[in-house]
Design a protein around this ligand. Structure first.
Ligand SMILES: Cc1cc2nc3c(=O)[nH]c(=O)nc-3n(C[C@H](O)[C@H](O)[C@H](O)COP(=O)(O)O)c2cc1C
Length: 203
């Protein structure tokens, strides 16, 4: 094994360090987050620091970088309290990745990257029409993380939409059958293959 110390990580070039540290925590649940500003401009951005917080109440969280670096999604969520998560499949990876560009708040990323907005009746946040798994969240909390200026945004799952009903008998969603991709680092996307499902572990 080789040893890499905190001091050597700190000495690295910024982009090298970013690639290394972003890969270290593992494969991630990458999604497109759809929001709308209070001025009515739709916003779409790719996020991969997404985490399951609990099933009852059903809650999902994600990490937003400091507001100076990634301002639009978090501001729209603060203003409207509603946002959508949309899984990515291989057919829309390029468009999804392009949403990470720093577009001005006045730009509608759906239009510039070439994805279609889907507005559901009674719902004020936009979904990605091309996405095969979509869900709507309402804001629970925005928790500041003072150590590095990031935010944990937590939300309640309000509704879920699946392109096909591929649920297993016990509720498990085999995401590989929907071709949902996973991401690694800040620019790599992977397809997945299930190895096993194992029985509930007991002592
Ligand atoms: C694969 C990938 C994953 C990303 N994950 C996150 C993330 O979890 N949190 C974050 O704040 N930004 C993340 N970004 C960067 C945002 O997509 C980018 O800052 C975007 O411009 C934010 O847009 P906004 O200002 O509309 O919120 C990611 C970028 C890529 C390419």
């Amino acid at each position: 094994m080789i040893t890499i110390t905190k001091a050597s990580i700190q000495s690295w070039d910024r982009f090298y360090r970013t690639n290394f540290i972003n890969s270290l925590s593992g494969f991630k649940s990458v999604c497109l987050i759809g929001t709308v500003s209070k001025e009515g401009i739709p916003n779409l951005a790719v996020f991969s620091n997404i985490v399951h917080l609990g099933a009852d109440p059903a809650m999902i969280g994600f990490i937003n970088r400091p507001k100076a670096a990634a301002p639009d999604t978090i501001r729209n969520i603060e203003d409207t309290c509603l946002y959508t998560m949309n899984h990515i499949h291989p057919g829309i990876i390029e468009q999804a990745h392009q949403t990470s560009a720093k577009y001005d708040a006045a730009v509608n990323e759906f239009e510039v990257v070439g994805l279609n907005e889907l507005w559901r009746d009674g719902c004020t946040a936009p979904f990605v029409q091309e996405s095969r798994i979509q869900y709507l969240l309402s804001l629970a909390e925005i928790i500041a993380i003072p150590s590095n200026g990031t935010f944990l945004v937590t939300g309640y799952i309000e509704s879920v939409y699946l392109s096909e009903d591929l649920r297993e008998g016990d509720g498990f969603l085999p995401l590989e059958k929907y071709s949902s991709v996973t991401s690694l680092g800040i620019d790599a996307y992977y397809q997945t293959e299930k190895i096993h499902r194992l029985p509930y572990a007991k002592p």
